[in-house]
Design a protein around this ligand. Structure first.
Ligand code: SF4
Length: 451
């Protein structure tokens, strides 16, 4: 079961603002990472309270609910749900008892040795009610250690896990953040009024006026207590496998992921794409929103005017995040419209971040041509997605991936574009300044899985 999610944690000191309200704001800034459920847990010396439900953050948390969630520490979660698993039971955070009391956990990623671990737990007499999500599995592993000390219990539990994961955990007096040994997904640490914040992306910091400190390192556990934080290297340092798709698609442009700004990286990818895959065109347009910065980079590099040729309805969710095929088809149709006065009579370069099933590209090319575009040249700011992700991103099965089944020329014909081309893998991994090509996971493009 794949979960690509957003996680958040906060332990401030003497803040007057309700902690659940700050978590709510943090989750709003992470909404792009998951839209099916949202939840907040708050901890105090007395107890841990959790509220979670299906829906967007603003739908789940009404004002009266937030004011009842009082505590000193909080964690939050937004969840993308894989096919057929969008149920309340699978929303997070999750409450769990252990030898030392109770804790709440929120998780992002994918455990790849789940069946092995659940068999081990079953042999210890642990049975699961409902579907076994990765988050539930980790909770039970922590419980099964029988350790009274939460830090020790978490360390013992996560050492059994193979996969890609970031966690935030709260107890009645502690906030813990942890990133897997290879650092597939991002987790950052910030400071707020003598306290600390953790989040999948630092876009969640600016909204609550927290300052970015640094990334939680791969394999590092951060433990935040009343006045300070300490860190432990839980896993020995190993080869990094940073998810390059965070830059291509997932992360917000204003976030700094793995030490580099997402918008700047997307512009550099677009510029590289223009060098590798030029086109004779009058204007460059983007598929909003994740194609925008790559399109800007392409236009600057190619010396072609950038224009907004497609208008996005901001109230429709991102298609890639929609869990159901019927909904996905529907949302593509209502999400984007062409601005006829801009596109009519023009030769257009349309820059998009990726082609997964090809249905969106086909509809957009048709839309632009119906609106009078003379030519549409599709340029993709990532290489063809040929392989499914095993590390927490919900890509379709291999058979559903267009470029895995057909040639690029066949796909071009199907989407009815005048030309179609992609950035090379070397081009994509070569645009970074702080990370080397070998630091990235690129398995969905090349099939070389780091684990
Ligand atoms: S396979 Fe692709 S989406 Fe999955 S972690 Fe690797 S780069 Fe990211």
């Amino acid at each position: 079961m794949y979960e690509e999610c957003g996680i958040f944690g906060i332990y401030p000191k003497d803040l007057k603002t309700n902690i659940a309200q700050l978590s709510y704001l943090g989750l709003l800034a992470l909404q792009h990472r998951g839209q099916e459920s949202a939840g907040i847990a708050v901890g105090s010396r007395k107890n841990i309270l959790i509220y979670r439900d299906l829906g967007l953050v603003a739908e789940v948390f009404k004002k009266d609910i937030l004011s009842t969630l009082n505590g000193d520490i909080a964690i939050g979660h937004v969840r993308y749900s894989p096919k057929d698993s969008n149920s309340w039971e699978n929303s997070q955070p999750i409450l769990q008892q252990f030898a030392g009391g109770s804790f709440a956990l929120a998780f992002n990623g994918n455990v790849i040795n789940k069946s092995e671990l659940s068999s081990v737990l079953a042999r210890c007499g642990k049975n699961f009610n409902g579907s076994l999500t990765d988050s539930r599995l980790i909770c039970r592993l922590i419980e099964a250690t029988k350790e009274k000390d939460l830090e020790k219990a978490v360390q013992k539990a996560v050492k059994q896990i193979k996969g890609a994961f970031c966690l935030v955990i709260l107890s009645e007096d502690k906030l813990i953040g942890l990133r897997d040994a290879h650092g597939f997904h991002p987790l950052v640490l910030g400071k707020i009024k003598d306290g600390y914040v953790l989040a999948s992306e630092d876009s969640a910091f600016s909204i609550i006026e927290a300052q970015y400190i640094r990334e939680v390192q791969p394999g590092e556990m951060v433990i935040i207590e009343k006045n300070d934080f300490k860190t432990k290297q839980v896993f020995p340092s190993t080869r990094k496998s940073l998810c390059i798709f965070e830059y291509v698609y997932f992360a917000r442009p204003d976030s700094n992921v793995f030490g580099e700004n997402v918008a700047e990286i997307r512009e550099r990818i677009g510029a590289r794409l223009a060098i590798e895959q030029p086109a004779n065109a009058d204007i460059v347009i983007s598929v909003p929103d994740s194609g925008r910065f790559a399109a800007l980079g392409y236009a600057h590099q190619a010396g072609i005017t950038y224009q907004e040729g497609l208008m996005k309805n901001p109230y429709i969710s991102r298609t890639f995040i929609q869990p159901d095929q019927a909904l996905r088809e529907y949302s593509v149709k209502i999400k984007l419209s062409a601005i006829t006065s801009i596109v009519a009579g023009k030769r257009i370069v349309m820059v998009d971040d990726s082609i997964v099933r090809g249905t969106t590209s086909r509809k957009l090319v048709k839309l632009l041509k119906r609106s009078g575009a003379k030519e549409v040249h599709v340029r993709i700011s990532s290489p063809p997605v040929n392989f499914p992700c095993q590390y927490g991103t919900n890509t379709p099965d291999r058979e559903e991936l267009w470029t895995n089944r057909f040639s690029i020329e066949k796909l071009r014909q199907w989407i009815e574009a005048d030309s179609l081309s992609y950035i090379s893998l070397e081009g994509l991994t070569g645009v970074f300044q702080k990370n080397k090509p070998a630091d990235f996971c690129t398995a969905c493009f090349c099939g070389r899985y780091p684990l």
